[in-house]
Ligand binder design. Structure first.
Ligand code: GUN
Ligand code: ZN
Length: 464
């Protein structure tokens, strides 16, 4: 199958600051997909290899972009966007989120929310995602079944909580149960395809993560046990996912509470096996190439370097940070550390499902950093953050993230005419430069413009 349209992607495997040089933008472009759903050719229509020219041509009439990668969103919070907690992170969790997540104990409700979650992902072109899961195995089963049925990629794991306030009680288990349920989830789902298991779980549509909610939801005992479990399963490609350094309210905010409770020098230490007082080693590290930490707004220099050193990634979630008043991740300092930065919607603290809306907020918050710290993130870097950096964060760059020949054809067709006024705005921008054109496309795009979504060359379908 051959898709003709304005093809845009970040080719190769560049670093963030090399994204502009790696930008491919072919106004009369083409994406050729082979019978296995892989990219056979991506480039100018005029250069289409003759042996591919006989294939069926679909005139997309729009833009062809790599599928968006959302590296942090919460499935049990599908209906909890714009929930008023009357405070910051910890108040919002206690008053809004824990009660909402407890409702997924009801299998019928979980089934409905899983269906809606999958529909929302398709509507916004999020072809791959790291999904923070529900505490309840039946709800996780519904999520995996429906994602797979639609043909989407998903990495997810049940949210582990062994301690918390009263409203979290329905979500809590003891350590043995937490470890047992996580083991079961890995055995049941890690590496699943529509038919059976993939030969290599790392290639599969469905993969599993070990997901303690955050350090305040678990204990030193839990972290020790999770470290042992993770040491056993990391070779099989199991992921680690959690929150880090999100809320720095003095004395009683998230970071202060973690430091007080564990007596550690840095929050990240609790995930690095150094969770005993004075940041003494108490167990195995949870960091690595398949570890994604959401937020990292207030990380210390040494935390950033440790994440970079271990190949861990940050899911940057500016939309959520605006909503919860969590502050702004220092852009230059974080980039300079060398850690891979991808983006996440963080639905439901984030109230946008569309990755370009998160890129829009990223542009604005970093443009608004104090004085000389202000940075206008280049359009190619925005595209990189929403696609290839996400693939890198998932350690799936060899499979997806751009249109390099041989990768899986995960792509979104964007129809600007379906969004009132957007095509005209884009036409004006195109008269200025390719850079201006891409900027308007990413900053201005809304859900209405997402016309079709493909994974491995197949159109994803919520009803499949
Ligand atoms: N920290 C712990 N749990 C959560 C959550 O559900 N959302 C956000 N934004 N931060 C968290
Ligand atoms: Zn989150």
């Amino acid at each position: 199958m051959i898709y003709r349209g304005h093809l845009i992607h970040i080719a190769g495997s560049p670093a963030l600051d090399e994204a502009a040089d790696a930008l491919i933008s072919e106004v009369d472009g083409v994406l050729a997909v082979d019978a296995q759903g892989r990219v056979a050719y991506a480039g100018a229509w005029r250069d289409l290899p003759p042996e591919l020219a006989a294939d069926v041509v679909v005139d997309s009439g729009g833009y062809l972009l790599p599928g968006f990668v959302d590296t942090h969103l919460h499935y049990p919070q599908t209906f909890t966007t714009d929930a008023f907690g009357g405070g910051e992170l910890l108040e919002w969790l206690e008053r809004c989120v824990f009660p909402a997540e407890a409702r997924l104990a009801d299998p019928a409700y979980a089934d409905a929310i899983a269906a809606q979650f999958v529909r929302r992902r398709i509507a916004v072109g999020t072809t791959a995602a790291m999904v923070f899961g529900s505490a309840f195995p039946t709800a996780q089963g519904a999520l995996f079944e429906k994602s797979l049925g639609a043909g989407l990629r998903i990495v997810s794991g049940r949210g582990i909580q062994t301690t918390g306030p009263e409203s979290a009680a329905p979500l809590l288990t003891d350590d043995d149960t937490a470890i047992g349920l996580t083991r079961d989830e890995i055995a049941r789902w890690h590496g699943r395809e529509l038919s059976g298991f993939a030969a290599d779980a790392r290639d599969a549509l469905v993969q599993v993560a070990v997901v303690p909610r955050f350090s305040l939801s678990v204990t030193t005992e839990t972290l020790g046990r999770l470290g042992d479990l993770y040491a056993e399963v990391r070779e099989a490609g199991v992921y680690f996912h959690s929150h880090l350094n999100e809320n720095d309210r003095p004395h009683d905010g998230e970071i202060a509470a973690v430091r007080d409770l564990y007596g550690v020098e840095a929050y990240l230490d609790t995930y690095d096996g150094l969770f005993l007082p004075g940041s003494q080693r108490g167990g195995e590290s949870l960091l690595g190439r398949r570890s994604i930490l959401a937020h990292s707004v207030h990380s210390l220099e040494r935390e950033l370097h440790r994440m970079a050193e271990t190949g861990s990634s940050i899911a940057h979630c500016p939309t959520s940070q605006l909503f919860l008043g969590s502050g702004t991740m220092p852009w230059r300092r974080t980039v300079t550390s060398g850690v891979n930065i991808a983006v996440g919607t963080d639905v439901g603290a984030g109230d946008e499902w569309l990755i370009p809306r998160v890129l829009n907020d990223a542009f604005k918050v970093h443009m608004s950093e104090e004085g000389l710290l202000a940075q206008a993130i280049a359009p190619a870097q925005l595209l990189f953050l929403g696609t290839l950096a996400g693939a890198r964060a998932l350690d799936q760059e060899r499979l997806l993230g751009n249109f390099d020949v041989g990768k899986d054809a995960d792509f979104v067709i964007v129809d600007a005419a379906a969004q009132p006024g957007f095509d005209t705005a884009l036409a004006f921008a195109a008269e200025q430069s390719a850079e201006a054109h891409l900027f308007t496309l990413l900053m201005g795009m809304r859900e209405a413009a997402v016309a079709a979504v493909h994974v491995r060359g197949r159109k994803v379908d919520p009803g499949r």
